[in-house]
Every structure is written in structure tokens, then in C-alpha cells.
Design a protein around this ligand. Structure first.
Ligand SMILES: Cc1ncc(COP(=O)(O)O)c(C=O)c1O
Length: 435
């Protein structure tokens, strides 16, 4: 298993993260347990802040909260000066509770309700990304009624097929996100939005997909989007000032993943942006990007207890753990792959090919389809790496499994930032028919 950030084998032959022994963490907080390496998160944030900079335009790093969000993390994002992408009223609520500056919120969503839009207006979020014409009509009505000036970006679909899993491609011709730049009505729509008295059309947004490795997809997005900004201006006279290019920077999960170094990717994007904006004489003075996975993924490790081993009649060997699709639905959802290690036997060589499966009542509840592991025993702690993104945020209570706890580790200290759910949490919204 590749080790990231502060991951290391300590003298006791245990995996340590942030200078903290993971076996001690498993004892203290129980398993499954999400362990977040705060130092690596901070390092990733610094890379974005320092490498995505230009003297020609303002840059904003907008953390995509869908990757991982809780109050403590939200506070860390505030402290680091990032903006934040939210998608629902629930995200807004958490941001508000964490004291997140509302002017730094970018409100997303392809199916926003009137109540969510109203909440965004009540809170005074920085900018709303309008996904479709129906949403524009809702927002136009709301802002007229409230006489509230509101900044918007328009989510467009530039039709770029990023090379990634089809479930996380978001910019193909038939994607549900945004309005196509090839739609014959698109320019009329800009004219219509520009005429809305309380909507300030600042720019456009795209997000071409997730887990993208080649810089060519991002550079193509820069070219297509800047060309479209120029077209909007020439067709409608609307001068756009903000370009939001979304997230999607790929990370390493398993052997064979070869993402280009983040800093180099960002440098290439800045150079192409500066060139395209100057050549096309655009009014773009602000460029946003929305990284999620690339900030948190490699910083997260999930610890499990091995509860059983099994060899089937066909000869398939299973290592069965106390979590699974409830804490990490990604393998079941889109065949995501991971690497793992027995965290209390770090120096033992991997000798067995096994399938790591979870505890849920689904054959598809598999965390790693096939991997070489050290000989595991019941009671061992299995660590799965690179689980910081889209795991806790996608977790569920299937089979009445309680959601796992989250700890942040740094400089030899661990800090519990989300408690494991209690049994009471499982029924807190149930109404007793007898009562
Ligand atoms: C609009 C938008 N921005 C940003 C992201 C973050 O993508 P990633 O986590 O791959 O960086 C997503 C992910 O789905 C998204 O939909």
C-alpha cells in the first residue's frame, strides 16, 4: 500500500499517521474509524493557494464540500482562507453553524428548491451557480420580490469527455448538469438573464468530471470556456468577469493511477488562462477552481477490525471487516478500487490474495475486490488508504449500521471531530405509533 503524507510504520510495527499509532486510535475510538491527516490536508491546500495564482486575475480556491464536510473541517477551511462549494440547504446549515463567511460560499445544485434558494438569499451567499432555465425563473421571481441584488454564474456544459468513470463524467452531451453551450437558445438565455433586474450575471461555470489525470482535459476546458465567454460577449453584449472551472483533479488510489503532479497541472492551467484571456481580450478578472478529492482523499484512511476470514467452496478468500458500503459506498457505486494493509503487521510481507468485504447484507458490499495482504487474523486492524473523499460524506445507515467516527491527527495528537453515531441516533426521527 502506498503511504501518503505522515503515514509510516513505527517501532511497534504499526501504521502511524500524524505521529499517532493507528492501533491505539482503533482502541480509543473504536472501528470503523476515519482518520484524517491534517498535515497533508494543509499541505494540499497550500499547493492550491500558491500554485493557482496569477498577476492578471484574482484566483479563488473553492473547496468542494461534497468530498468531506463536518464542523471542524469547515473551520479549517475558513482559517485557510478558502471559499466553499455547497450543494444543499444542509451544506448551508453546516457552513452557517461553523461561522463560514457567507460571501465566500458558492451555491451549487442542479435541482434547487425554492426553499433552498430562499435560504441562500437569506444567508447572503456570495454567488449562486444557476444550473438551468427553470432555476433562473425561480431566482428571478424571488429576487424581484425581495428586491435583492444577487450575483450569479451560469453552469454550462462544454461537452468535454474527460477520461474517467462514466458515473463521474459531468460534461458529456447527455449530462444532467448545466445547459449546453451548443444549445441554440443559449445566447437568448444570457440576454434574458442579463435583463433580470436583480441578477448580476458575473460569469460561467463548468465542471468536466472527477478523478481526471491528464492536464489536457483541463486545458481543453480553459480553451472551450474562454472561447464561449468571447461568443457570449459578441452575440449578446454581456461582458463576463468570472470563470469557474470546477474541480476534478485526479489522485492516486491504486497502482496504475498516475496523476500528474498537482502543482504542474495548476501552473499549466494558469499559463493557458493568461494566454487565452489576453488573446481573446476578455473581461475575465476572477478565476475559480473547486477542488474536493485532491484536498482530502489521500489524507484519509479508514481503520476496520477484521471480524472473520473465509475461504469459499470455489477457493475465494475473504477478509470480512466491521464496516463496508455504509462507510464507503464507492466500490459498490462505481467499482472504485483501493489499497489496504494490516496496520498491526506493517513489516510482514503480503502473502495472501484476498477480497475485503463488508458486513452488509449485499453481495456487492465489497471494499477491495482483490488485493495482496499480510496473513490477516481475527482482531487485526485493516487500514484502507485514500478514503478521505466521498466516503464519510456518502455514508449511510443501511442495515442500521451507525455512522463511523472521524478523528483528525497531527503532530502526535488526535482530535475526535465527529462522534460515532449512537443507537439513539438511529431512531431519533422515528415516531412511535403507540405513543
Ligand atoms: C460542481 C462541482 N465542483 C467541484 C467538484 C469537486 O470535484 P473533485 O472532488 O473531483 O475535485 C464537483 C464534484 O462532483 C462538482 O460537481
Amino acid at each position: 500500500m502506498r503511504l501518503f503524507g505522515t503515514m509510516a510504520a513505527n517501532e511497534e510495527n504499526h501504521l502511524s499517521i500524524g505521529g499517532v499509532d493507528t492501533i491505539a486510535l482503533a482502541k480509543k475510538h473504536g472501528t470503523p474509524l476515519y482518520v484524517m491527516d491534517q498535515g497533508l490536508i494543509e499541505e494540499n491546500i497550500e499547493t492550491f493557494l500558491h500554485r493557482f495564482q496569477s498577476e492578471k486575475f484574482v484566483t479563488n480556491i473553492v473547496y468542494a464540500s461534497k468530498a468531506f464536510l463536518n464542523l471542524a473541517f469547515c473551520r479549517l477551511i475558513v482559517e485557510k482562507g478558502l471559499s466553499m462549494d455547497t450543494l444543499s440547504d444542509g451544506d448551508l446549515y453546516i457552513a452557517k453553524r461553523a461561522g463560514f463567511p457567507m460571501e465566500r460560499i458558492v451555491m451549487h445544485g442542479n435541482s434547487k428548491s425554492i426553499s433552498e434558494l430562499t435560504m441562500a438569499l437569506d444567508l447572503g451567499v456570495g454567488v449562486i451557480v444557476v444550473d438551468n432555465h427553470d432555476e433562473f425563473e425561480k431566482l428571478d421571481r424571488l429576487t424581484r420580490a425581495r428586491k435583492q441584488m444577487t450575483r450569479i454564474l451560469v453552469r454550462v456544459n462544454p461537452g468535454i469527455e474527460a477520461h474517467t468513470h462514466e458515473y463521474i463524467q459531468t460534461s458529456t452531451y447527455s449530462s444532467k448538469f448545466g445547459e449546453s453551450i451548443f444549445d441554440p437558445n443559449i445566447f437568448n438565455w444570457f440576454t434574458e438573464m442579463d435583463a433580470a433586474p436583480y441578477l448580476q450575471v458575473e460569469g460561467i461555470h463548468c465542471h468536466i468530471g472527477s478523478q481526471i489525470f491528464e492536464s489536457s482535459s483541463f486545458l481543453q476546458a480553459v480553451r472551450v470556456m474562454t472561447e464561449f465567454v468571447a461568443k457570449v460577449e459578441s452575440e449578446t453584449g454581456v461582458r463576463l468577469t468570472t470563470l469557474n472551472l470546477g474541480g476534478g483533479f485526479g489522485v492516486y488510489y491504486t497502482e496504475g493511477d498516475d496523476p500528474i503532479a498537482l502543482g504542474n497541472m495548476l501552473d499549466a492551467m494558469i499559463a493557458t488562462l493568461e494566454e487565452e484571456i489576453a488573446d481573446r481580450k476578455l473581461g475575465i478578472n476572477r478565476v475559480m477552481i473547486e477542488p474536493g478529492r485532491s484536498i482530502v482523499c489521500n489524507a484519509g484512511t479508514t481503520l476496520y477490525t477484521v471480524e472473520a476470514r473465509k475461504t469459499t467452496y470455489s477457493g475465494k478468500r475473504y477478509v470480512l471487516v466491521d464496516g463496508g458500503m455504509t462507510d464507503n459506498p464507492r466500490p459498490a457505486l462505481y467499482q472504485a478500487v483501493y489499497e489496504g494493509v494490516i496496520a498491526n503487521r506493517m513489516n510482514d510481507a503480503p502473502t495472501e490474495e484476498v477480497c475485503v468485504a463488508g458486513k452488509c447484507c449485499e453481495s456487492g458490499d465489497v471494499l477491495i475486490q482483490s488485493t495482496m495482504l499480510q496473513a490477516a487474523q481475527v482482531g487485526d486492524v485493516l487500514a484502507i488508504a485514500s478514503t478521505g473523499a466521498y466516503t464519510y460524506s456518502m455514508s449511510s445507515n443501511y442495515n442500521s449500521v451507525r455512522r463511523a467516527a472521524v478523528v483528525m491527527v497531527k503532530d502526535g495528537q488526535d482530535r475526535l471531530v465527529t462522534k460515532r453515531e449512537s443507537f439513539e441516533d438511529l431512531i431519533r426521527n422515528d415516531l412511535d405509533l403507540e405513543a
